[in-house]
Design a protein around this ligand. Structure first.
Ligand code: G3P
Length: 215
């Protein structure tokens, strides 16, 4: 299972990379807007820091505009993946970008039928947003289970990125379902590490170690 970090913050990306568990990055316009940095400079630095895939979102509403943006963004690095929203225009764009061998991440996926369409047009990745579904009392992880089954039924090469993760249990459930990737906010990545019994254990070992006579 791969872990991506869902942030555009350079400090968070550096720290997560040092932890050794991060295989890629996903961004979106909201995350980019929080950084107060010029867009091109920011994403160029992210792509330089990270070896794995970096998702950058196209913001045009028409397929032609998305494709134009994608071609420009793809020049930033070999690891760029273009995030395209799940719309009719988005499907047209992914189909054409896939023919040009530009990697795509179909985003804002909220139903199994949307995921099936994304796989059919050749999206490299599909991002179901589990937290936003949970927010409206609909099972986000059930959607992931359905998507994983559909992709396996037909051997689609498209990979599932579980997105809009809110807590560690989303990550554990994604792993149990065999999702390819979880894109994890920095805060949740840190929460995955923590266990109170680990902290208590470390503290107790340190106290006992201090009692051992040493030369
Ligand atoms: O990057 C896409 C997704 O992870 C956004 O999450 O928390 O805004 O629903 P959120």
């Amino acid at each position: 299972m791969k872990f991506f970090i869902d942030t555009a913050n350079l400090g968070e990306i550096r720290e997560a990379l040092e932890m050794g568990v991060v295989d890629g990055v996903t961004t979106n316009p909201t995350l980019i807007s929080k950084e107060g940095m010029e867009f091109r400079a920011l994403v160029t630095e992210i792509c330089r820091l990270v070896d794995g895939p970096v998702s950058l979102e196209a913001t045009s509403l028409e397929a032609e505009g998305m494709i134009k943006e994608a071609r420009e963004l793809a020049k930033i690095g070999d690891n760029v993946v273009i995030k395209i929203p799940m719309t009719e225009e988005g499907l047209k764009a992914v189909k054409r970008l896939s023919a040009e061998e530009i990697s795509t991440n179909m985003t804002l996926v909220f139903s199994p039928s949307q995921a099936l369409l994304a796989a059919k047009v050749g999206a490299s990745y599909i991002s179901p947003f589990v937290g936003r579904l949970d927010d409206i009392s609909t099972g986000g992880m059930e959607l992931v289970e359905q998507i994983v089954t559909i992709l396996e039924n037909y051997d689609f090469p498209t990979q599932v990125i579980v997105a809009s993760i809110r807590h560690p249990l989303h990550v554990v459930e994604a792993a149990l379902m065999g999702a390819d990737i979880a894109t994890i906010p920095f805060k949740v990545l840190k929460q995955l590490v923590k266990h109170p019994l680990t902290d208590i254990g470390v503290q107790r070992f340190l106290e006992d170690w201090a009692k051992v006579p040493k030369k």
